[in-house]
Design a protein around this ligand. Structure first.
Ligand SMILES: [Zn+2]
Length: 348
């Protein structure tokens, strides 16, 4: 079969690889849709020391079980499934507290196991055993269900943000992740949801979502005044940083209302993670600043359930579809802001 194989920085050829063959306990999926993640783009452009090449990338997928060597599993041949991609291989305090995203005893699809930028993908026996496959029982599209993984990562952040009817929310970054955060804030009843970006093309796309305002980030900082005006002079109660930028992190601390909550959803490049921040903003305004990384199985389950319900505006998130052979076209589309999510259809 043909698969997109990561060989190193800027090297992701679609090339012939052996068909996966199953061992005891494993399952084989025919991949119907696999969306391209911002981390796929980052891996492609900058490499990732956690991925030892050659490795088939792709971790936001939906596929159908076409072969099974796990007869005792409730998941059967013919089932269409999405997968919680964190596989736990031991136990520690984080596993015990249900925060398996934080354990060191984890392996991850497309990092340690071949992923889904391929027509067929093997599900490791441990993942089958741990109940990481979630059968899709409605006729909702596989493209939409491929968003369960990134939406679950957003859910993880929202569990700490506790957005409700009294909150105004600003999201920094109008990429697919920023707009997912904005849509979640709306669903949770936020009074006002504002999205900021420095790319007018992204803001143009954001206007298709149910937002109260979009604000262009300008070098002179006037966007901060605009957001303050939109929030009655107080600043937003909740700020999510969904763009990998120290300037955005500082904006978030400066924008947030007193007693506000800020989530650094996006990290900084691993090569340059030290940034000067005005930490007195945290001190004097009594801000709660949180991070978020990956997702717990409970986050994935919640994202799965929300997408499955049809109440999430997922169809607006996927703007482009490409056959596997054209996967390299996804990256410039994402970087320019011409695309939100690009979904790869490996069996098209
Ligand atoms: Zn992802």
């Amino acid at each position: 079969m043909h698969a997109a194989v990561y060989l190193g920085k800027e090297q992701l050829p679609v090339r012939e690889v052996p068909e996966p063959s199953l061992a005891e306990g494993e399952m084989l999926l025919a991949i119907e849709a696999c969306s391209v993640c911002g981390t796929d783009l980052r891996t492609y452009r900058h490499g990732d020391h956690k991925i030892i090449p050659p490795r088939i990338l792709g971790h936001e997928f939906c596929g159908r079980v076409i072969e099974s060597r796990a007869p005792d599993s409730p998941v059967k041949i013919g089932d269409r499934v999405v997968m919680y991609i964190v596989i736990v291989s031991g136990t520690d305090r984080y596993v015990e507290m249900g925060r398996e995203n934080l354990t060191q005893h984890r392996t991850t699809m497309s990092y340690h196991h071949d992923g889904a930028f391929a027509p067929r993908m093997k599900v490791p026996a441990r993942a089958v055993q741990q109940g990481n496959l979630f059968p899709v029982t409605s006729d909702i599209s596989s493209e939409i269900m491929s968003l369960a993984e990134p939406l679950g990562c957003c859910m993880n952040a929202h569990s700490r943000l506790r957005i409700g009817l009294k909150d105004t929310v600003a999201v920094l970054g109008a990429g697919p992740i920023g707009l997912m955060h904005a849509a979640l804030a709306r669903l949770q009843g936020a009074q006002k949801v504002v999205v900021l970006d420095n790319n007018p093309a992204r803001l143009e796309m954001a206007r298709g979502f149910d937002l109260d305002a979009t604000v262009l980030v300008r070098p002179d900082g006037s966007h901060r005044d605009e957001v303050r005006k939109l929030t009655g002079g107080w600043g937003p109660d909740v700020v999510v940083v969904a763009v990998s930028s120290a300037a955005a992190q500082n904006d978030a601390l400066e924008l947030a209302a007193k007693a506000g909550r800020v989530n650094f959803f996006a990290g900084l490049p691993k090569s340059n993670p030290i940034a000067p921040l005005d930490v007195n903003q945290i001190h004097y305004k009594e801000l709660e600043v949180s991070g978020s990384y990956s997702e717990r199985k409970s986050d994935f389950q919640a994202a799965f359930a929300l997408l499955h319900s049809g109440r999430f505006p997922a169809e607006k998130i996927i703007t482009h579809r490409l056959p596997l052979a054209r996967i390299s076209e996804a990256f410039p589309l994402m970087e320019s802001g011409a695309a939100l999510k690009v979904c790869i259809l490996p069996n098209a």
